[in-house]
Design a protein around this ligand. Structure first.
Ligand SMILES: [Zn+2]
Length: 101
């Protein structure tokens, strides 16, 4: 089925870092969606670098603000400097956060 090929399934029970590694997008607190250039894992922490050059430490948690916003696709605009390609945004829009583990 055509639709199945476009849909990406990501378990919503996955910890934040695994989800970030798949989706490569970061919803900032101000509502701007950034593209992730690099995720440097250090145990339960990771240093995330965005394409626009922001660098911050993220704690691996299923229920953090970022994890919830990522699952609910909560953002108001995408970062101009990150220039997230359209296909990436469509893929994100077609991502289903499923109950399957
Ligand atoms: Zn950005």
């Amino acid at each position: 089925m055509e639709k199945k090929e476009l849909t990406r399934y990501v378990s919503k029970h996955q910890p934040l870092l695994s989800t970030l590694e798949k989706i490569k997008l970061w919803p900032s607190r101000s509502g701007v969606l950034h593209g992730i250039r690099e995720i440097d894992r250090r145990g339960c922490l990771a240093v995330v670098t965005t394409h626009c050059g922001e660098k911050f430490t993220v704690r691996d948690s299923r229920n953090s603000r970022a994890a919830r916003w990522l699952r609910s696709r909560r953002y108001s605009e995408s970062c101009k400097a990150c220039a997230i390609p359209g296909w990436k945004l469509s893929k994100y829009a077609a991502t289903v956060f499923s109950d399957r583990r």
